[in-house]
Design a protein around this ligand. Structure first.
Ligand SMILES: [Mg+2]
Length: 311
């Protein structure tokens, strides 16, 4: 059983109630608590020493990343985060100075996005240090974007550049694409969206499965990061493989009707001139994920992404 099958297995049969618009299985839970025109977004996420950050990582970056990951999931629904709770578990081997720096990093990002950190919990653990963050946010009810709405013929678009996030340090310092996502939902008909945490191929597959469709990726259009290219030159995996499989890019992947492609591209370049936006493929009626390159099209074999581990 892989990670995603385990989650699906554990979540089967969990109770929901009448206010639950979307339960487990999307980037955030979506709740209708009776606020006119607004749905609440609810998300929790954790970073663990040795899995999501190395023991020697700058503690400010650790705190920042813990919160930014959850913000990225709010972005994936085109929402706005408002409040966070933070739980810290540590063995006591970390001094107060280290822990203060974690909270400094976290607070700086919260301030940047005007999010209130309104409580949490600290606990002693015999294992590695971890931070668990829960975020509350909201989205206009008619703008909320799920994973499940992709339709055959949609273009597949991705923000930024992919691969090598671990090597470049982007996994610690990225800015969650919150304003970009809201602009997208206000400007074009975003049928489906997800943030890239597990790697393009795996996260695209989540969208395809949720939407009951397939896709064809254009290999040469996939925006490969400089870090991925440098790693490939240094003997690492091929740059395209890194862009497809490396996790923690925290970019946005979305499906938008082909008829809106020109409006999307022109509007994006005017609004976000410094952020790349790439049309990387199309949604197809079959269930397969295929990739097209100069040699033709072939089925894409997915490597299950294993979260960052230190040796
Ligand atoms: Mg996500």
């Amino acid at each position: 059983m892989n990670e995603f099958e385990l989650i699906a297995h554990l979540c089967r049969g969990l109770p929901t109630n009448a206010s639950t618009r979307v339960g487990p299985g999307d980037d955030c839970a979506v709740l209708d608590l009776g606020v006119p025109g607004r749905w609440l977004l609810f998300k929790t996420d954790a970073v663990v020493e040795g899995v999501h950050f190395a023991p020697e990582t700058d503690p400010r970056g650790v705190g920042r990343k813990a919160l930014a990951r959850a913000f990225s999931d709010v972005a994936a629904m085109a929402g706005t985060p408002t409040h966070a709770l933070v739980t810290l578990g540590t063995s006591g081997a970390r001094g107060v100075t280290w822990l203060e720096a974690v909270y400094d990093g976290l607070a700086a990002l919260a301030r940047q996005f005007e999010v209130a950190v309104v409580g949490g919990e600290t606990t002693r653990t015999s294992g590695p240090t971890f931070l668990s963050v829960s975020v509350l946010g909201w989205v206009a009810a008619d703008r909320c974007v799920l994973r499940s709405g992709a339709r055959a013929g949609d273009g597949l678009w991705v923000t930024g550049e992919l691969g090598g996030s671990l090597e470049s340090g982007r996994h610690l310092g990225f800015d969650p694409r919150l304003s970009e996502a809201r602009w997208l939902a206000e400007t074009v008909s975003v049928h489906a969206m997800i943030d890239l945490s597990d790697g393009l191929a795996g996260d695209l597959q989540h969208v395809l499965t949720a939407s009951g469709v397939g896709a064809e990726l254009f290999a040469e259009a996939i925006p490969v990061s400089r870090a991925a290219r440098e790693c490939a030159r240094a003997g690492g995996k091929a740059a395209l493989a890194a862009a497809l499989a490396d996790g923690e890019d925290f970019e946005l992947l979305m499906a938008v009707p082909a008829a809106e492609a020109v409006r999307l591209r022109d509007g994006w370049h005017a609004r976000f001139p410094d952020v790349r936006l790439s049309l990387i493929g199309k949604v197809t009626a079959g269930r397969e994920l295929r990739v097209r390159d100069r040699g033709g099209t072939r089925r894409l074999e997915l490597d299950g992404y294993v979260h960052f581990r230190q040796p």
